[in-house]
Design a protein around this ligand. Structure first.
Ligand SMILES: Cc1cc2nc3c(=O)[nH]c(=O)nc-3n(C[C@H](O)[C@H](O)[C@H](O)COP(=O)(O)OP(=O)(O)OC[C@H]3O[C@@H](n4cnc5c(N)ncnc54)[C@H](O)[C@@H]3O)c2cc1C
Length: 471
């Protein structure tokens, strides 16, 4: 019998797995997609919120602030890009200034360092690109940005390196109680386990229903974005409008890769999978972004995308052992990414006390990689001499070498799809969006995994790149 099964390999499931891999226990992660982080964890604003916004006393407020504080160490251990760039929430009139004082009060109650800056000149010092009409701004220095794709992937890889297991492309279809635990079924196998952790994001309510728990209903809320190219230094901080009932509103932020994001919108959807975008909403996103930044260069847009928030009635995170040995994480919408390091630790500790686990002596918290861009010219020359793969640039937009691509194909975390390689290395993220490098990447993935070219998916199951050609 397995000790723990985690359902879902988003940032929550993978960080729980990493924390649990520090104990003497068998951990198996079941993920229905072909890669980790293809749900909300791969389609968000990538902001490590400071925590000024959640209602004081809620789990969101507490876990956001605790999670935020853990990012420096976690990102160092996993080699994940993270920068504490601070955020500014802008007000343009007296009513807005009043709302900022309420937010400052909330920030204080949540234990978040914050101050209000008054007047264009004071705000411009932190962020030169704000519009002249700005009257005041709430400045929160602890807000940051992170690479959410790498955070999820490296957390999983680290868990695998420490003994956890991952089965990709295996959706949980049924769960039933048995003596001493649960039986978990997928189309490929039936597993017996002492402990089940439901981290299935938008589908967490349906997993709970498999155990007769029908008190939650996830309301998918779509957020649409523009991605702007990395055209040089521009916005330095995370820029928010005043929050509304719909959420934190449409923001403008740099990414850790030097791009800029504008969005997200917020609309309630029927589907838990539909991440399409539409021109009407994107026009509203443009308008929203233009209010925060003087001359927002939307001509630099290279892509649009959408993610689905897993919201529930009541709004706070639900993290509870609803039945002995059956733990549910429901409604982990924003600030789920910012809270994820703390949630990972908390849930592992809940499993520890139920299963009486003991810590491993030889747990290794580190993941390391060669990243060409981080090396000096001398270091690059030496590396290329040792391994010429690092001298062949495959993705010319993002300057990713063959060596970096092959490096990802040798780790404990499977890299089975083009999107997985894109998320690991950034190849295909640039201006050409993979137009020049995708065919080569397809070949590399197929060769490393012992597959035919036509068996490789872009991302989701049945998104074969060469399906038509293979018929
Ligand atoms: C538009 C948007 C913007 C956001 N911005 C931010 C932000 O800036 N900062 C922040 O802190 N938070 C943000 N969030 C929230 C954050 O992204 C989420 O809280 C976080 O990613 C949730 O992670 P998760 O692992 O719970 O869910 P997911 O990443 O969705 O992972 C759940 C996983 O479960 C798998 N799964 C589902 N059903 C099954 C099954 N039956 N069997 C096996 N596997 C299954 C899915 O395939 C998926 O991989 C945003 C969210 C969205 C959508």
């Amino acid at each position: 019998m397995q000790d723990v099964i985690i359902i879902g390999a988003g940032v929550i499931g993978t960080l729980i797995a990493r924390n649990l891999s520090a104990y003497q226990t068998d951990v198996l992660v079941l993920e229905k997609n072909l890669d980790v982080g293809d749900g909300a964890s791969g389609a968000n604003s990538a902001i490590v919120h400071s925590g000024y916004d959640p209602i004081p006393g809620t789990k969101k407020a507490e876990y956001n602030v605790r999670g935020n504080a853990m990012f420096d160490q976690l990102s160092r251990e996993l080699g994940v890009p993270f920068r504490r760039i601070g955020s500014l929430t802008l007000a343009f009139d007296e009513e807005g200034e009043q709302k900022l004082s309420e937010l400052l009060n909330r920030a204080k109650q949540n234990g978040v360092p914050a101050e209000i800056l008054f007047g264009y000149d004071a705000i411009k010092e932190k962020e030169p690109h704000v519009p002249k009409e700005v009257k005041a701004a709430l400045y929160c220095p602890t807000a940051g940005i992170v690479d959410p794709f790498l955070l999820t992937a490296r957390a999983m890889e680290n868990a695998l390196d420490n003994g956890a297991k991952l089965h990709l492309g295996e959706a949980v279809t049924a769960i039933k109680p048995i003596d001493g635990g649960y039986e978990v079924q997928t189309p490929k196998a039936t597993y017996q386990t002492r402990y089940v952790i439901n981290a299935a994001g938008a589908y967490a309510d349906e997993i709970a229903k498999m155990m007769g728990l029908d008190k939650w209903k996830i309301i998918p809320k779509k957020g649409q974005y523009f991605v702007l190219d990395h055209f040089g230094p521009f916005v330095k901080t995370v820029l928010f409008p005043l929050p509304s009932q719909k959420g934190k509103g449409m923001l403008v932020t740099p990414t850790t890769a030097g791009n800029y994001l504008v969005g997200p919108s917020s609309s309630i959807e029927e589907s838990k999978d539909d991440v399409s975008t539409d021109s009407l909403t994107l026009a509203q996103v443009k308008e929203g972004g233009a209010k925060l930044v003087d001359q927002l260069p939307l001509k630099e847009a290279i892509r649009v995308y959408a993610g689905l928030r897993s919201s529930i009635e009541g709004g706070d995170f639900v993290i509870e052992e609803s039945k002995p040995g059956f733990l549910n994480l429901i409604g982990i919408d924003s600030p789920g990414l910012a809270s994820s390091p703390y949630i990972g630790k908390l849930v592992a500790e809940m499993a520890e006390s139920r299963l009486h686990l003991t810590k491993k002596k030889n747990w290794n918290p580190f993941v390391s990689r060669i990243k060409l861009a981080n090396l000096s010219l001398e270091e690059r020359a030496k590396l290329i001499k040792e391994n010429p793969d690092y001298g062949e640039i495959i993705c010319t937009c993002e300057k990713i070498s063959l060596g970096e691509i092959r490096q990802e194909l040798r780790t404990s975390l499977p890299c089975l799809t083009i999107k997985a390689m894109k998320k690991r290395t950034r190849c295909g993220f640039g201006k050409c969006q993979g137009g020049f490098c995708q065919a080569r990447i397809l070949e590399e993935i197929a060769r490393a995994n012992g597959k035919k070219l036509e068996e490789i998916n872009y991302g989701f199951p049945d998104s074969f790149q060469l399906k038509e050609a293979s018929k």
